[in-house]
Design a protein around this ligand. Structure first.
Ligand SMILES: [Zn+2]
Length: 400
């Protein structure tokens, strides 16, 4: 399975993946999923939002156990983020059939569409639509960098954009969702474990900082006469680093735009986007307060106008405690070992669904700790350990 997926959407220069929603590379991944489902005699369906499902047993019976992830990627993403969860789902089913496992609950495998949001700028579109966290009107307004709207892109890929929307009946059939994912950090590498269980997804927000000054000549304007927003922006970036360190959080200015953006012009506007995530809401509030306070001090002292706008926010996601404990029990059953439980700063479909369905996540060790890059990795041995862990979990959960 891995060998079949590896060439799809891989850019020859970067070695990274460009599997964006509703593009030909995405379509190839979808064909692959359908073939995997049908090759195993599973019932295949696509829901109204373009998410793909493969079923063993009749999902209409309800209380289904579902596993899976996504096949799309960020720009020049790695091979594992997403596909490892889908491949492991099919491999775990194969493993369970070798074990002659019996299933008292329907078992589903899912590929959620447009998880990374690389094309339209919003992550987890497939699961957000299904769970009603993204309205049809909002989805219809999403536009990619070439001015192509989501409805146009879906239609071009052969899907009906007028059919999208909340899908509560489909989600109500699911009793548990378990997503396996490559770890996007080095906690497992440092603890020496192959597999871990997720505790929570950190609260996460994006803020836009607009620093307004006055454009002027870079050669003739005395320093004392300038209202240059750039140094204030720079001080704010340093404050973000400091506050994040203090709170055990992360804070990143990864995108910036400058007006007029001339090499010999003092800027009139510096606009920076802050992404910050922290283990808890209090820590995230403290980071934001600290950064904003520093930014205002510098701005006031240098005649700069500052506006801070929150563009998006996702509160902390606590995965279902009972399901999490059940996973720990199932994984430790034979070895008696305790499986590490970790928080994560990354968003996932499992986090989006957690409001509607009991969800849990398994992480597989990533020795580089790097993610969203071709340097993302996992050893074959660890991937196999992940498949076994997922099979153990599915075997336990589907038994009544
Ligand atoms: Zn992912």
């Amino acid at each position: 399975m891995w060998a079949e997926l590896l060439p799809i959407g891989r850019h020859p220069d970067s070695g990274g993946y460009r599997r964006y929603a509703w593009t030909p590379a995405d379509a190839e991944c979808r064909v692959w999923f359908k073939e995997q489902a049908e090759g195993r005699g599973l019932a295949y369906e696509v829901d109204r939002n373009g998410n793909q499902w493969a079923w063993l047993g009749d999902p209409a019976e309800g209380d289904a156990v579902v596993t899976g992830s996504h096949l799309d990627s960020v720009p020049d993403g790695g091979a594992f983020d997403g596909p490892l969860g889908v491949v492991s789902a099919f491999a775990a089913l194969d493993e369970l059939r070798l074990r002659n496992a019996t299933f008292d609950r329907p078992l589903g495998i899912v590929n959620f569409g447009d998880e990374e949001g690389a094309r339209f700028g919003l992550a987890c579109v497939g699961s957000r639509l299904a769970s009603g966290q993204l309205t049809v009107e909002q989805a219809h307004r999403l536009t990619d960098g070439d001015g192509i709207t989501l409805p146009k892109a879906m239609a071009a890929a052969g899907y009906d954009p007028d059919a999208i929307g909340a899908d509560p009946e489909r989600l109500a059939r699911i009793g548990a969702f378990v997503e396996l994912h490559v770890e996007q950090g080095r906690a497992l590498d440092l603890s020496g474990d192959q597999v871990g269980i997720a505790s929570s997804i950190w609260p996460h927000g994006r803020w836009r900082f607009d620093f307004r000054g006055e454009a002027n000549h870079a050669g003739t304007t005395r320093l004392a006469d300038r209202r240059d927003p750039m140094p204030t922006y720079a001080e704010t970036v340093l404050a973000a680093r400091r506050e994040a360190e203090l709170a055990g959080a992360v804070a990143t200015f990864g995108k910036i735009s400058v007006e007029p953006n001339g090499v010999n012009a003092i800027p009139s506007l510096v606009r920076g986007w802050l992404d910050s995530r922290a283990p808890g809401q209090e820590a995230l509030d403290a980071v934001l307060d600290g950064i904003t306070r520093s930014a205002r001090e510098y701005a006031d002292a240098h005649g700069i106008d500052l506006d801070v706008t929150r563009e998006s926010f996702t509160p902390v996601v606590e995965f279902d405690h009972a399901l999490r404990d059940e996973l720990g029990r199932l994984l430790g059953r034979d070895t008696g070992l305790t499986v590490p439980v970790l928080g994560t700063g990354a968003g996932h479909d499992a986090g989006i669904l957690s409001g509607a369905v009991p969800t849990a996540m398994l992480f597989v060790r990533n020795p580089t700790g790097v993610s969203h890059s071709p340097a993302e990795s996992a050893t074959e041995d660890d991937c196999v350990a992940g498949v076994r862990a997922l099979a153990d979990v599915l075997e336990g959960l589907t038994r009544r």
